[in-house]
Write a protein that binds this ligand. Sequence first.
Ligand SMILES: [Zn+2]
Length: 459
Amino acid sequence: MKVYGLIRFDIEDFLTRESDEALEFIMDVMDEFHMPASYSIVGKKAQILHEHDRQHILQRLKTKHALGFHSATHSEHPTLSEELAEMDYEPGVKRFVEREGRGVDMVAKLIKPPRYFTQPGGNWVPQAADALAQLNMPVFFSDGWNSYIVTSPQPMWIEDIVHWSLPVLNPKPFAMKLPDNLDEAVEMVEKAPSQLSQGDAFMIMVHPTELVTTKFWDAVNFKFGATIATLRGAPLRSHNDMVETFESFRTYIRQIAQAPNVEWTDILELSARLKPLSSPYLGNRYELLSHLLKNGLGPAVVHGESFSAAEEVLSLALYCIGATSGQELPRVKAPRDWSQDNESVPGSSLPPMTFEGVKSGAGEIIEHVRQCRRLPHGVGTKLVSIENWAYSAVFHLSHSFNKTIPQTFSLPLTFLDYVKEPSQLHWDWPIFPPEFQPYRLWRDTQRIAWSLKPAQYRH
Ligand SMILES: [Zn+2]
């Protein structure tokens, strides 16, 4: 039984000078124990290191295999979510690329091009799914604490990027409470192999600045949607406390490096072990129909191939026009406009469409996918919702081989189970304004979840 462990360092504090020493110390310790890690840096932090003549730190980061981008300015208002909260999706993607692209360029110029993204604090936004592909960072290294997608030790594709929402196996808060929670932190890692399954991954999240400070640098300056008049460094630990904390971090790494059945790696190395994103082959239609009748529309592995709900619907459309199995599906992404209507579970209220209506809808779906590589959100002149079309297609296609299907059944949208409920989201991140509730970001996440599908490792 072996599991993968990932340590992510979020290098973000551009206001506390002493945090640079903490970063250097951390890199020393990681070298000493030959431990890989993923280093995510904020654009403004890279700039400050440069301005402070810390070239040697930038050079050292350049030698790291996994260098990531942790936003342009992290907690400065408006933060990413604050800015995109009320925007339409497409302009939101454009804004993301504009505001974050400058930070990516800064990191690329001063260190090297970052290859993965991790959102600052609670600023997980669905627009990243499209923006990251444009910014040449196809890996979204999120975490179970902040992601809108449910926590999982396995990666998933969403639109064109791979998304990780790993369980975080360290105390919260962690490094800021060292050395007091050292034993607890080590124990959490040692227990991981017995709590996870073979091949699962988990993560550790550390901010280097925590080793030298007693309060979070951004809470000191940007709390509750406001910015203080004069920005300042976070309050520092006493000298003795720092020495003790450094030593306790070193002990932590030494001990977890030896944890049995944990293979330490970095996010890019692990992502490279995944099969590339591809469209599934159209399989045996009875197999897919039985699967859908049992599980509803959602991410699944059927006959060894990964399917998204969007690909399941496209498969149904192809079956309706008599396509034979074996062909590769065209690439299909989430509908551009879609929201869950109040009927919620297709089949629970409306009668199915006629088979003629289903067949003509199938033609529309295939044509729409051919033109824009997306699922339409509805079909026909009355714009039957795509999920009710899918329900009707399953109804008619199933009756041709199984007379025992009841006249009423449902086709739940199980892909929605992969999006956390608003009450579980980190909207109470202390940097956000009080009562910050960006429902629109959450609804767009539900929409793009049409494209979620399991990412599989190569064997
Ligand atoms: Zn951060």
